[in-house]
Ligand binder design. Structure first.
Ligand SMILES: Cc1cc2nc3c(=O)[nH]c(=O)nc-3n(C[C@H](O)[C@H](O)[C@H](O)COP(=O)(O)O)c2cc1C
Length: 191
């Protein structure tokens, strides 16, 4: 039983979310491969996987081109699998940005004509320690305006790890035959 986790990340936080998902799946005896959409092994195919999770961060209102290319190239296989699409953004970090985060998340598959089983906005991080000096300054300005953390001596993670663990649980249960995934569009956050 194996899940393909395909991601694109600028500063590594989306990759960390994928690692957490992989760990949650492993606890449920589900193997996974984490693959960078921009650096796939040649001849990569989704055939042989039982589900796909695609994750990408928002930068300047857009998701990475490598993910668009990936989904376009693998649309036919994706359409045969249960799939989750995770849009990682700061907009998803609080209630004020929630509708923008939902809009960003749904726009990506709509533009490509892909219909993932689940679409999930996921709160990202302010990875100040990974930014260069100019970007750190710029992100601090944006954070100040939006009420996010401005202490640039450390990173600030807004991701709701319970949301990520709940997704892993749901995928695991689906693959073990317990719970329907296809058709269930609800955000799998615990209630
Ligand atoms: C240069 C830059 C631009 C960003 N633009 C947006 C944006 O337009 N909307 C948003 O909600 N978040 C934005 N973010 C926040 C990122 O989506 C967030 O930091 C995410 O965790 C990045 O994940 P990554 O490290 O995997 O790239 C931006 C972050 C950076 C550094």
């Amino acid at each position: 039983m194996s899940v393909a986790i395909i991601y694109a990340s600028h500063y590594g936080h989306t990759r960390e979310i994928c690692e957490r998902l992989a760990e949650g799946l492993r606890l449920r005896d589900v193997n996974s491969d984490i693959l960078d959409a921009g650096d796939l092994p040649s001849g990569f195919s989704l055939r042989g996987y039982e589900a796909a999770i695609v994750a990408g961060s928002v930068h300047y209102g857009r998701h990475p081109r490598s993910l668009t290319r990936f989904v376009r190239a693998h649309r036919d296989d994706l359409d045969t699998l249960p799939s989750a699409w995770l849009s990682v953004s700061l907009a998803a970090a609080d209630e004020r940005g929630a509708s923008e985060a939902r809009e960003l998340a749904s726009r990506f598959p709509e533009r490509i004509g892909w219909q993932p089983t689940l679409t999930m906005p996921v709160a990202g991080a302010l990875s100040y320690r990974r930014y260069g000096p100019l970007r750190r300054l710029m992100m601090r300005q944006i954070a100040r305006m939006s009420g996010a953390a401005t202490d640039t001596t450390r990173d600030h993670v807004y991701t709701d790890w319970d949301q990520i663990d709940a997704l892993a649980a749901r995928v695991g249960e689906t693959l073990h035959g317990g719970v329907q995934w296809r058709g269930a569009e609800r955000d799998p956050r615990p209630e």
